[in-house]
Design a protein around this ligand. Structure first.
Ligand SMILES: Nc1ncnc2c1ncn2[C@@H]1O[C@H](COP(=O)(O)OP(=O)(O)OP(=O)(O)O)[C@@H](O)[C@H]1O
Length: 306
């Protein structure tokens, strides 16, 4: 099966949120499922990931400009800001898609340096994408198994003895773990349907299950509520909390303020590539710089209201 080091097997963006299974029941999470305990050197409450003075330029565009913030182990951190503020670029720097022009990212006590995407996955950072990226022809279960493969390196003897009893046992265990994840996110009843045929909300949850299959310490969710109605957003909040309650640390990019304010412990706000605020949801909501960034400042008014 594929791994992130096989570029020919990159997942496709699943385009239209249409479905041939419109009558699937609304997903309902199963909190009785015990996920593997995330591993990390730092303790709960300590800095798990730290962006230190990160600058990233694309030609003349400064996408990130001296950004500093930390994500503490065990928290749900929101990353918000108007369109083009640099949120997705932060994810891309944390996951090895881009190298910063300046600054350093630390994760679990190590510099990320020039590690490749699959090495960062193995360190314990997983993400979902703004535009869903699944293997559309594979079943939901197989998509999750691909996630697990991305974490577990196949050794040379393992590859040679692919048909050994051990291989079959590992395959069966991987399948069982993948089913557990589908149960956890509430979509196990469609485990064998092709990803492209799943209802849109199921596809979003499948992406989360696949990211969890890499056994991350830090899970980064990029606009997971995009296209959701209020009921689906409420269910998503329950899922995010359940993920945190299993010991995972969550970084959430989301435009829906009600969701962000309702589910996060702290929020970092970016505007034009700079951090303009950081604090609890209540602190951020009342911060004049944040209000100005979102509502626009009337002409002639001072903009340095932070
Ligand atoms: N590969 C790239 N090449 C050139 N410019 C880029 C690239 N990626 C991002 N940018 C620019 O960097 C800035 C930050 O973009 P980014 O996608 O991180 O913003 P965002 O806060 O995630 O926005 P949105 O909420 O609209 O998704 C934008 O000006 C964007 O046009």
């Amino acid at each position: 099966m594929s791994t992130p080091d096989h570029p020919e097997l990159k997942p496709d963006a699943v385009e239209a949120p249409d479905s041939i299974l419109p009558d699937a029941p609304p997903p309902s999470i199963d909190e009785s499922v015990d996920l593997p305990e995330p591993e990390a050197h730092v303790s709960v409450g300590e800095k798990l990931l730290e962006m230190r003075n990160i600058t990233l330029r694309f030609g003349g565009v400064t996408a990130l400009d001296g950004v500093d913030f930390a994500i503490n182990r065990g928290e749900i951190l929101g990353l918000i800001g108007p369109n083009g503020a640099g949120k997705t670029t932060c994810f891309n720097v944390m996951t090895g898609v881009y190298q910063p022009t300046d600054g350093t990212v630390w994760f679990d006590g190590k510099k990320l340096g020039r590690r490749k995407k699959y090495q960062i996955t193995r360190l314990g950072i997983a993400r979902t994408f703004q535009n869903i990226r699944l293997f559309p022809e594979m079943s939901a279960l197989e998509n999750v198994m691909v996630g697990a493969d991305a974490r577990h390196k196949t050794s040379v003897p393992g590859a040679v003895f692919r048909l050994s009893p051990r291989h079959f046992r590992e395959e069966r265990e991987g399948r069982e773990r993948a089913m557990e994840l589908l149960r956890f996110v509430g979509i196990a009843d469609l485990a064998h349907a092709a990803a492209r045929n799943l209802p849109y909300g199921y596809q979003r949850r499948l992406e989360i299950a696949r990211a969890l299959a890499t056994e991350p310490t830090l899970l980064c969710l990029d606009e997971p509520a995009a296209g959701f109605n209020p009921a689906e957003k409420a269910e998503l909040m329950d899922l995010i909390r359940a993920i945190r309650d299993q010991g995972y640390t969550v970084l959430l990019i989301e435009h829906d303020m009600r969701l962000v304010m309702g589910v996060t412990d702290r929020i970092v706000v970016l505007e034009f590539g700079k951090k303009i605020a950081e604090g609890t949801p209540a602190e951020v909501r009342d911060n004049p710089a944040v209000i100005a960034a979102y509502l626009g400042v009337p002409e002639g008014e001072p903009t340095d209201v932070a």
